[in-house]
Design a binder for this molecule. Structure first.
Ligand code: DOR
Ligand code: ZN
Ligand code: ZN
Length: 462
C-alpha cells in the first residue's frame, strides 16, 4: 500500500548489486498461488493469489494468467506471512551463533516472512550508525523481510537519529542495559520514553526488575537458577514501567511475559501491548530436571500452574502477540553449569508447528493464531502493508498443510543452533511454503532463495 510508513529501503540496493544468481528482477517477482484456501481475515475462501512486483495484484476464484511462475496450493491454507517481532539473529561478531542468512532461512522454514532483530549483539545496535551498518550487512544476506530494534539510549538526539535510521523500537533490557542506561532511575526511563514518543518510536522491554538484587540461587542447577529469577521480578518491572509509561504517554511493548497478572494489567492499560512465547505457554520448570540447558532461558520457565494460566489467558485473548524470542547459542556454550550457560533457545522453526497443533486440538482458533502471529505484530510495529491477503498488500504468504504430522527434530534446523526444548514433540500442522514479496523462499523442506533475496525494512517516523 502506498500509504505504508514502512519503506522497503534496500530493494534498490539489492537490485543495483552486481548481478549474481541472487540478484532479483521485478519480473521474477510475478507469482501465482493457485487454488489455495485463502484466509480473508475472517474465514477461508477458495481461490488464487496473483502477486506482481512484490504486491498482491488480485485474489479471485479463478485467475487466467499468462504463464507466470506458480505453485499448486490445492489442499493448503494460505495465511498472511507471519511476523516475529522478537528474534536474535546475531551476525556481526556473533555470527558463529547465527547470521542473517541462517537465521532468516530458519524464519522462512518456520513460516515467518518478516522478523525484527534484537540489539544485544556485538557490537550492540545502540546508535543510528550501527543500525545503518546492520541494515547494509543484512541486505546482502537476508532471505525474508528484516527490521531492527535498537537499544534504549539516554541521549534524545541519538533517539531522533535512531528513528530516522528506521529503528522499530528502543529496547530496554532491564536486567543489564545494552547501552549505558540507569535502569534504577525512573526519571531516566521517563525521559527516554518521552523522547521515544516524540519521534513516534515505541519502547520494547525485557521486564525483569532484578538490578540490585542478590542472586539467591542455592546450588548451580537449572531449576535453582529458574527459582532465583522469581515471578516477583516481572511483576515489579511491569507495575513500575506501566506507571512511568502513563506519565510519558509512550507506547510500550512488553516482551515475553510469563504471568497472567502481567497480561491483565497490560491489557487494561492504553498504549501497552504484550507478547508471550511458545516455551512459556507450553513448558514448565519441572522439565529442567531432564532437559537442563536445553530449556534454559530468561525469563525462565515457570511452575506448571503459572504456565497453564498463561496459556488460558492467551487463549482468552489477553496477549497481543506471540513471538519466538529465537535466541541461538552454540551447544558448547549452552552445555555448562547453570551459572555459565547463556540463556536462550532457538524458536523460529518450532513456533508455528506448535501453535498449529493447538489449532488442530481445537484449543486455539485459527483466527487467534493469525491475530497473534501476524495481524497484531504488524499493527504494533506499523507494518501497514502486511498481515493481510488482499489487493495492494505485500505479497508475503505462508502456505500451511494443516493436517501434516511431524516430530520436532532440531538436527534438521536451518538455524545454527541445533537444539530445542521441544525436541521429540509431536506436531500437527506444518509449513509447506513461505513466499516473501512474491518469491518462494522455502518449499517442502528446502530453502530455494539465495542470500539477499529478502528486504530490509525501516520503520517510518510517523
Ligand atoms: O533467554 C534469553 N536469551 N533472554 C534474553 O533476554 C536474551 C536472550 C539472548 O540474547 O540470548
Ligand atoms: Zn528478553
Ligand atoms: Zn530476546
Amino acid at each position: 500500500m502506498e500509504s505504508s510508513c514502512v519503506r522497503i529501503a534496500q530493494r534498490n540496493l539489492a537490485r543495483s548489486k552486481t548481478r549474481t544468481d541472487t540478484a532479483v528482477d521485478l519480473e521474477d517477482r510475478n507469482f501465482l498461488v493457485k487454488d489455495a484456501d485463502v484466509w480473508n481475515g475472517r474465514a477461508f475462501t477458495r481461490g488464487s493469489i496473483l502477486i506482481e512486483n512484490g504486491r498482491i495484484k488480485r485474489i479471485a476464484r479463478r485467475i487466467i494468467d499468462n504463464g507466470v511462475e506458480r505453485t499448486n496450493a490445492s489442499g493448503l491454507k494460505a495465511l498472511p506471512g507471519l511476523i516475529d517481532v522478537h528474534v536474535h539473529l546475531r551476525d556481526m561478531e556473533l555470527a558463529y551463533k547465527e547470521d542473517f542468512a541462517t537465521g532468516t532461512a530458519a524464519a522462512a522454514a518456520g513460516g515467518f516472512t518478516t522478523v525484527l532483530d534484537m540489539p544485544n549483539t556485538v557490537p550492540p545496535t545502540n546508535s543510528a550508525r550501527r543500525v545503518i551498518e546492520k541494515q547494509k550487512v543484512a541486505a546482502q544476506k537476508t532471505r525474508v523481510n528484516v527490521g531492527f530494534h535498537a537499544a534504549a539510549v539516554s541521549d534524545s538526539d541519538e533517539i531522533e537519529a535512531l528513528a530516522h535510521a528506521g529503528a522499530f523500537s528502543l529496547k530496554l533490557y532491564m536486567p543489564k542495559p545494552i547501552a549505558p542506561f540507569d535502569v534504577e532511575n525512573d526519571q531516566a526511563i521517563e525521559k527516554m520514553m518521552r523522547a521515544a514518543r516524540h519521534v513516534g518510536t515505541p519502547v520494547t522491554v525485557h521486564a525483569e526488575d532484578i538490578v540490585g538484587t542478590e542472586n539467591t540461587s542455592q546450588g548451580d542447577g537449572f531449576e535453582q537458577a529458574a527459582d532465583a529469577r522469581s515471578p516477583i521480578f516481572e511483576t515489579r518491572a511491569v507495575e513500575r514501567l506501566l506507571r512511568i509509561q502513563k506519565k510519558a504517554r509512550c507506547s510500550v511493548h512488553y516482551c515475553h511475559l510469563t504471568l497472567r497478572s502481567s497480561l491483565t494489567k497490560i491489557s487494561g492499560s492504553t498504549r501497552s501491548t504484550s507478547e508471550v512465547t511458545p516455551h512459556h505457554l507450553l513448558l514448565s520448570k519441572k522439565l529442567l530436571s531432564t532437559i537442563g540447558w536445553r530449556g534454559w532461558m530468561v525469563p525462565p520457565l515457570r511452575s506448571e500452574e503459572t504456565r497453564q494460566s498463561l496459556l488460558e489467558s492467551t487463549l482468552a485473548g489477553l496477549s497481543s502477540a506471540i513471538a519466538s524470542d529465537h535466541a541461538p547459542h552454540t551447544i558448547k556454550e549452552k552445555d555448562q553449569s547453570a551459572s555459565k550457560s547463556p540463556p536462550g533457545v532457538p524458536g523460529l522453526e518450532t513456533t508455528l508447528p506448535l501453535m498449529l497443533t493447538l489449532v488442530n486440538r481445537q484449543q486455539m482458533p485459527l483466527s487467534l493464531l493469525v491475530k497473534l502471529l501476524s495481524e497484531n505484530p504488524a499493527r504494533i510495529f506499523g507494518l501497514k502493508s502486511k498481515a493481510k491477503l488482499q489487493k495492494g498488500a505485500d505479497g508475503d504468504v505462508v502456505l500451511v498443510d494443516l493436517k501434516k504430522k511431524s516430530k520436532i527434530d532440531s538436527s534438521k534446523f536451518f538455524s545454527k543452533a541445533k537444539f530445542s526444548p521441544f525436541d521429540g514433540f509431536k506436531t500437527q500442522g506444518a509449513v509447506h511454503s513461505s513466499i516473501v514479496s512474491g518469491k518462494v523462499v522455502y518449499k517442502e523442506g528446502e530453502i530455494v532463495a539465495g542470500e539477499g533475496s529478502g528486504s530490509v525494512l525501516r520503520s517510518g517516523s510517523g
